[in-house]
Write a protein that binds this ligand. Structure first.
Ligand SMILES: C[S@@+](CC[C@H](N)C(=O)[O-])C[C@H]1O[C@@H](n2cnc3c(N)ncnc32)[C@H](O)[C@@H]1O
Length: 398
């Protein structure tokens, strides 16, 4: 087992974390000089990333579903840092000589030379991602790709998402309402009708006449994926009937209508969109429909009286100076309400694996939160907390 040396670009550390590049950037920038310092600076900066055959037998399979997202996080190595040194304080060029802590900056010169770029995903062709808005030089080793999901990645959006998703049913109602509003469908309209492949093809042809950017992509599994782009500024009422045929496609559900914070790519109301706009066209984000409307329902969370009493016994973290030494103490949670909210959060999202959900659904479920060991069980549409015990001291101190 080797241990990472300061500045080393190889991530092999105690605990056997091994990392291999999944591909290498081929970009319009060949040297560091002149490469944008951040992705948003130079929109038309383009790159391609081909997933290595050495990582997956069928690299294109690893990209299935990613086409529904407009933006991706690229995690990469600054492999051309040159001198492998780093300092606790750096001088960002835009601070014009002033020194600040390396972790308050995006400096490439850091103990683990990892870069993080939010790139625009223009399209996917087989095993290759076509990106724009990048700040990486050609040859940059890429370690990972993750979809950009404002609901998870942008604090502003996360807040409104949490508000939206409670309760779960009203979220669905709201989405249906949104869909109706966008298409002027009367309330109670059958908005869940599914189109078969032939229907989609026909509808696609028709809308294609109206919408110049409409395209049919073939995804990695060879199945046909319809996408279309149109501007909301067009009079939607003229194309309602045609658009109605598209309402239930996944890609439609994947777009968002909320206004996002300034750090996030701007968002627009739902569009039928997969092949994303080019430089100069308005930027927005799209995500997979199942993120906002997952096929797994969120659960109602209950506490048994016994569990409620046990939880109330815990002393909140900031009151840990109190002398009641016999009572268990939280290390992080600051009140019983916070603990209840945390437990609700964990359980309402159903933390069980698919295996446990299907094969062991009658089994008790255990998890640890702060210094509490929690026991619960799951029924149809709910989770009930049965017991809240202090963790064993030797586990709590780990
Ligand atoms: C300031 S960094 C920011 C990168 C990323 N957005 C981040 O925040 O981690 C961007 C600069 O890193 C440099 N750079 C890009 N690719 C590199 C690589 N493979 N090795 C070393 N430096 C690189 C370029 O000079 C570019 O202007």
């Amino acid at each position: 087992m080797s241990v990472a040396k300061p500045g080393a670009n190889i991530l092999v550390i105690a605990g056997n974390i091994q990392t291999v590049p999944i591909g290498y950037i081929s970009s319009c920038f060949s040297v560091k000089n002149g490469t944008p310092r951040q992705p948003a600076i130079c929109g038309p900066s383009r790159a391609e990333l081909q997933i290595q055959l050495s990582v997956f037998n069928n690299p294109e399979h690893a990209l299935v579903g990613l086409e529904q997202y407009s933006h991706v996080w690229i995690i990469f190595l600054f492999h051309k840092n040159g001198h492998l040194r780093y300092k606790a304080k750096v001088r960002p060029p835009r601070l014009n000589g002033q020194r600040v802590g390396v972790y308050s900056t995006r400096s490439p010169h850091r103990p683990n030379a990892l870069g993080l770029t939010l790139a625009k995903l223009d399209k996917i062709q087989g095993d290759t991602l076509h990106l724009s808005d990048i700040d990486m030089i050609a040859g940059t080793p890429v370690l990972d790709i993750k979809p950009y999901i404002p609901e998870y990645d942008s604090p502003d959006t996360r807040r409104s998402y949490e508000e939206d998703s409670e309760p779960c049913n009203s979220n669905t109602d709201q989405m249906n309402e949104d869909k109706r509003n966008l298409t002027n469908l009367p309330e109670g309209s059958d908005i869940d009708v599914q189109l078969n492949t032939e229907d989609r093809g026909a509808a696609n042809d028709y809308v294609g006449n109206l919408l110049p950017e409409e395209k049919t992509n073939t995804n990695a599994t060879g199945s046909s994926h319809i996408s279309a782009q149109f501007s909301l500024s067009k009079d939607l009422s003229n194309v309602l009937e045609e658009v109605k045929a598209f309402v239930n496609q996944d890609v439609f559900l994947s777009s968002e209508s909320k206004n996002r914070g300034s750090d996030s790519p701007k968002t627009k109301p739902p569009l039928l969109e997969v092949d994303h706009p080019c430089y100069g066209e308005e930027a927005y984000t799209t995500i997979a429909g199942w993120i906002r409307e997952p096929p797994v329902a969120s659960l109602d969370v209950r506490f048994s009286l016994h569990a409620e009493r046990e939880l109330a016994e815990f002393i909140p973290a900031h009151l840990s100076g109190l002398s009641e030494s016999h009572r268990p103490r939280f290390k992080f949670l600051r009140s019983t309400e916070e603990a209840v909210a945390a437990i609700r959060g964990v359980l309402s999202a159903d933390p069980r694996s698919v295996y446990r959900r299907t094969r062991c659904k009658d089994k008790l479920f255990f998890f640890t939160l702060d210094t509490a060991d929690i026991t619960c069980w799951f029924g149809q549409g709910f989770a009930e907390v049965l017991q809240v015990k202090p963790v064993e001291p030797h586990i709590a101190s780990v």
